[in-house]
Design a binder for this molecule. Sequence first.
Ligand SMILES: [Zn+2]
Length: 153
Amino acid sequence: MGCMYCEKNNSTRDKALMRITELKSSVLYLCRNQAHPGHCVLALKEHIPSLQECTEQQKADVSADLGMMTGLIRKIAGSSCLAVTAAVNRDTADHLHYHILPQYAGEDDPLSGEDPDPVFPKEEECAEMAEMFRVLIQQEIQKTAGQESKSAE
Ligand SMILES: [Zn+2]
């Protein structure tokens, strides 16, 4: 068995995740189990097992990707969202990836509480969510680029 984040076609991955887009250093997926609404997975583009083995540049890039995504999810979820947790390598240990897990008011900590029953939205609903993320990510990237060019002036 190859690595599910590296193989072009991998049925285990495709059953669990829907590809959203590529970010700077990572690939973003929507988790098909939406028991935590907004649950995404961010996997490093390269096959590196852990942050310790990343170069400083890779570390900086992956934390920028994570920061953008956790901020974006907080923005979408609004005030009902208490926190967005990034849990590293929950299901496979050999390829660095993060589960981005929003926690809503009245919910247990997604990492210490029991896993809620799985919720699988329909394929079209997943596709709609993935598209919404793509649009919002594009806006975030443009905004950041605008700020950078302004501060360079
Ligand atoms: Zn891999």
